[in-house]
Each structure stands twice: as structure tokens, then as C-alpha cells.
Design a protein around this ligand. Structure first.
Ligand code: ADP
Ligand code: MG
Length: 394
């Protein structure tokens, strides 16, 4: 390990007087916005105070020590630890083993999960791997949603997957929250329906390439929880809906599935929410996006031409797989890749794929997860019953 990390570990031991007695630390395994994570092992202290037993105990297992930065508010730290505590007992959710505190410093202790960096496998994870990945992810989500917890930050770095064992574990409840339904001043999506007159009174959100803004509107801007990571935010989060439900996590899981199927990461790459809305317009078209904005009490004004209609996920995925094929590549049955993979319309555009049943099951699951209208999106429990997961049915 590099000297800078060694120094960091020494500093950590210095700032945490008792840590050294309880844990050994070997290396640093992660660094996020709100924490540093180290690989360590518990020292087993003998009941008989025998010095020999004080040495490394080979049977104790590896742990991840997550040092939460002191810049996080105490409420935030408490929230994360409390939710982790509530969410014990599912093999796809990392349980909290212990918490250490010294003055304002807090370390959460979790089991260590051996995993691969997403960037090292997303390009070549076979469909069976994608299936294992998504099944474990949806199992984790189903579990936390049963406990009324919204994760809010479902994305590859927070889902530790081991491609060799096919196991995945959800971590990082730093942005998670208890779901509490909004009753007063709720977003129109709660009722699902509204008429044209109501729509005309909605706040106007203008989406023009390069400068989206709220035009001619004297009302105070909308406020809503937007915590999460760009590119994984559900449309209702982008539209600042104040009735966000656990289904925002399903959308993010859908984006992960899209990433794996298209073998493009990051799939969405916007610098702000308006750009993120434009990226969605690119796929769903202006007609559906306006409708979605209406659902959340916004009037979407958009001057992007030629983007009225939706592009199918089937076409997106066939296209991206084709783009990765080299000339002369053959797919199943020795046919040229493009012939096997795509259905082309009169103008030579790919409109569908011939990827086969398994792929199409995956694409159907994708469409259900990335359902634009939050009131129509299915929950994890139902998605786990999807045809794509038939092998896992008990
Ligand atoms: P942050 O809130 O800073 O994003 P995370 O909990 O996501 O913190 O942890 C940051 C990184 O540390 C993760 O992306 C992962 O690479 C690594 N990590 C976290 N927990 C574990 C664990 N239990 N086992 C192995 N690696 C972990
Ligand atoms: Mg994280």
C-alpha cells in the first residue's frame, strides 16, 4: 500500500485511541463524499489475558471500517447508523456489526464483502451474471422497502457485487430515509388525475438546450428532497415531487440494468437536473415527458424538435451491442451480428432486436423498472416475480 495511505491509517489510530486494541487495519478500500472505508480485522482479546492469544486470530473475519467524516451532521450519522441497525438480517443488505465513537469521530463496522469494481465487469458480465446481479439488488430493495426505508442512492458503487460468486450486497445508507407519506400540499401525482384547467395553473418548467429555467413564475421555487446521484434520479425526483416513494429506488435499479444491458457506464451523464431531464426526453420523447411533468404538477415547456416519440429500450440495447461488434463479428448461428441483432425499418434505423427470449425478458424488466410514471411503476416484490427471474422461483 502507498505511503500516503499508511500515514492515513496511522493518523486514524492516533485520532482514535482505543481502535488499535480492537482492530487491525490492513488497507483502505473506499472513499466517498462522506466517509473513508478501511479493511480490517477484529483482534480477539483472550479472556485469560494471555499475550499469545492477543496476536492475530485467524478465525475472526474481515471487516470494513467506515469512518464517517466529522463534517457530517450528528443527525445524519445517527440516521445512517439507525437505519443500518433496523435493516439487519438480510443477506443482500450489509448489517451493522458495531459502532465505535471517540469524541466527534464515528466508525461503523460492517462485514467485509469481497467485490469487483463495477468498471471492471460491466462490459462483459454475461446475461446470467446480469440476472444474478439484478436479483440480489431487487431482493435487497424489497427488504428495505418492507421496512419502509428508501435508500435514495442506489448505484453501482453502493452495491457490492462479486462476479465470481454472483452475490451482491447493498451498502451506504448515508442518504437513506424512512418513508413518510405526505398528506397536506401533496403533489398532484397522489391523485393521478387532473384536467387541462389545472394543468394551465401548474408551475412552468422550461427545458431549452443549455439553459433550462423557470420562466415568468413569481411563485417560490419548488423544494423537495433531491438527495441521490445524478444519472440515477427518478423523473419524480428531477421534477421535485414532494410525494416521492420507495419506488425512486426501483428507477435507479432500472438504470443499473440499462447500464449492464447496454454496456455503457455511465449511461446518463448530465451536469444538472435540467440536462438530466433532457436525457430522459431523448429516450421517452416530449409527449411522455410532458405527461410525466403534469403528473407532478409541472408544465413542461420544451423546444427540442424531433423528439416527440419514445425510442424503445429494445432498439437502444440492440444498437449499443451492435456498436461494440467489430466488422465480421458473428453472433449466434454464424450470422453477421447486425442481421442477428436487429430489425431495421425502411430508413435503415434499428427499431427492434432479435436478441432472443432471455434478452427480451431482461428488456421487459427494464421497461417496468424505468417506468416514467411513478404511479404505474411496480414494486420490488412484484418485479422479483418477473419472468426474467424464473430460475430463482421457489
Ligand atoms: P460513502 O457514503 O462515502 O459513499 P460507502 O458506504 O458507499 O460510503 O462506502 C464507500 C466504498 O467503500 C464503497 O463504494 C465500497 O467500495 C467500499 N465499501 C463500503 N462498505 C464495504 C464493505 N462492507 N465491504 C467492502 N467494501 C466496502
Ligand atoms: Mg457510497
Amino acid at each position: 500500500i502507498p505511503n500516503s495511505i499508511k500515514e492515513e491509517i496511522i493518523e486514524l489510530f492516533e485520532s482514535f485511541p482505543n481502535l488499535n486494541k480492537i482492530y487491525e487495519i490492513y488497507s483502505k478500500i473506499g472513499e466517498g463524499t462522506f466517509s473513508s472505508v478501511y479493511l480490517g480485522k477484529e483482534r480477539k482479546v483472550s479472556r485469560f489475558n494471555n499475550n499469545h492469544d492477543n496476536k492475530r486470530n485467524k478465525t475472526s473475519s474481515l471487516v470494513a471500517l467506515k469512518k464517517i467524516y466529522v463534517t457530517s451532521s450528528p443527525q445524519r450519522i445517527f440516521n445512517e447508523l439507525n437505519l443500518l441497525y433496523i435493516l439487519r438480517g438480510n443477506e443482500n443488505v450489509a448489517p451493522l456489526l458495531d459502532v465505535l465513537r471517540y469524541e466527534d469521530q464515528v466508525i461503523a463496522v460492517l462485514p467485509y464483502y469481497k467485490h469487483s469494481d463495477f468498471r471492471d465487469f460491466y462490459r462483459d458480465l454475461p446475461l446470467i451474471g446480469i440476472k444474478n446481479y439484478m436479483f440480489d439488488l431487487f431482493q435487497a430493495i424489497e427488504f428495505i422497502h418492507k421496512h419502509d426505508v428508501i435508500h435514495r442512492d442506489i448505484k453501482p458503487t453502493n452495491f457490492l457485487y462479486n462476479p465470481f460468486t454472483g452475490k451482491g450486497v447493498l451498502v451506504d445508507f448515508g442518504l437513506a430515509e424512512k418513508y413518510e407519506p405526505v398528506i397536506n400540499n401533496a403533489c398532484p401525482c397522489i391523485n393521478g388525475g387532473f384536467n387541462d384547467e389545472e394543468i394551465s395553473k401548474f408551475e412552468k418548467l422550461s427545458v431549452y438546450p443549455k439553459n433550462g429555467y423557470l420562466k415568468d413564475d413569481q411563485r417560490p421555487g419548488r423544494r423537495a428532497n433531491r438527495a441521490g446521484t445524478r444519472g440515477f434520479r427518478a423523473p419524480e425526483v428531477l421534477f421535485k415531487c414532494n410525494c416521492q416513494t420507495p419506488l425512486i429506488d426501483i428507477w435507479s435499479a432500472g438504470v443499473m440494468l440499462l447500464t449492464l444491458l447496454s454496456r455503457r457506464f455511465p449511461f446518463f451523464n448530465s451536469t444538472d437536473d435540467i440536462e438530466a431531464i433532457m436525457e430522459l426526453i431523448n429516450i421517452y420523447g416530449t409527449i411522455e415527458m410532458k405527461e410525466c411533468a403534469n403528473l407532478h404538477g409541472l408544465n413542461l415547456d420544451c423546444n427540442i424538435p424531433k423528439m416527440k416519440n419514445k425510442i424503445s429500450f429494445s432498439a437502444i440495447i440492440a444498437n449499443s451491442i451492435l456498436m461494440d461488434c467489430k466488422e465480421g463479428d458473428t453472433f449466434a448461428e454464424d450470422s453477421p451480428a447486425w442481421e442477428i441483432l436487429s430489425v431495421i425499418d425502411k430508413r435503415g434505423r434499428i427499431i427492434d432486436n432479435k436478441l432472443g427470449n432471455e434478452y427480451n425478458n431482461a428488456i421487459d424488466l427494464l421497461e417496468k423498472s424505468m417506468e416514467l410514471y411513478s404511479n404505474k411503476r411496480e414494486n420490488a416484490e412484484n418485479l422479483l416475480k418477473h419472468e426474467f427471474f424464473k430460475e430463482f422461483r421457489t
